[in-house]
Design a protein around this ligand. Structure first.
Ligand SMILES: [Fe+2]
Ligand SMILES: [Fe+2]
Length: 248
């Protein structure tokens, strides 16, 4: 396995590792994102077993020990499995997540005290700013959230739009169809009546880029992509809930 590094927006780097044998004949990709401010931030740690790959890849951009923030979307191995490995090599790094995630998991899991972020709270990285946005149970996890890099209007959207394969780092093609295919296969989302509205709230940010954890970074009409994904989740929820089907 190798980890490719691409700058997907000004000062935002995608560290991408493709696992050919996972998920489908096209394999599955794990991406981490490094936001290079005066206080560099990494969004998701990657799997514990991929730590050395990701450390080497971060080292192509900054000295890894300079990391200041380590954030992630929700508590899961690919999101935060290597948290303590990163904390051990970056002595000034602080783990950061939403209030639910810190209360439920991070306070116990992380080797150092974590920073608890309110919904909408901004961390100034110096040259870059990131806003944490709660998205409970969307696509899964009570503690789920996403991160918006404000200066580039790039939404680091974690598992949203998960797809198979090993696309180019950037695409302006369709990301909703591939996400529907992956949802049909994995059934990874916690289908709940609030999903559509959660995604429609995100769509109001009209992101210029959607940085997928498992897929390419989309550049184009991010708001429309989020609304289309919201509509597909609404369709799924109507199909599993007779009451909602009647109300529709
Ligand atoms: Fe996940
Ligand atoms: Fe993930």
């Amino acid at each position: 396995m190798e980890t490719k590094v691409s700058e997907i927006a000004d000062g935002i780097f995608r560290l991408s590792t493709h696992v050919p044998e996972l998920g489908s004949p096209r394999g599955f990709t794990f991406n981490q994102f490094l936001v290079k401010g005066e206080e560099p931030l990494m969004f998701h740690t990657g799997l514990c077993k991929m730590f050395e790959l990701n450390r080497e890849a971060v080292g192509r951009i900054i000295p890894p020990e300079k990391l200041r923030w380590i954030a992630y979307g929700h508590f899961e191995a690919d999101e935060c499995g290597a948290m303590n490995e990163w904390l051990s090599i970056a002595p000034h790094a602080t783990a950061a997540q939403g209030e639910t995630g810190v209360m439920v998991s991070l306070n116990d899991f992380a080797d150092r005290p974590a920073r608890s972020l309110k919904d909408g709270e901004v961390i100034d990285l110096g040259g870059k700013r990131v806003r944490f946005i709660d998205t409970p149970h969307t696509p899964h996890g009570w503690d789920a959230g996403v991160l918006l890099e404000v200066t580039t209007n790039t939404l680091l959207c974690g598992d949203l739009f998960t797809q198979f394969g090993n696309e180019t780092a950037l695409t302006d093609g369709d990301i909703v169809g591939p996400a529907i295919e992956a949802e049909d296969f994995f059934k990874f989302s916690s289908l709940n009546p609030g999903m559509g509205d959660t995604l429609r709230l995100l769509s109001k940010l009209e992101p210029a880029k959607l940085a997928l954890m498992h897929g390419p970074t989309f550049e184009g009409d991010g708001g429309a992509a989020l609304r289309n994904l919201a509509n597909d989740y609404d369709r799924r929820i109507r199909n599993v809930s007779p009451g909602l089907r009647q109300a529709a």
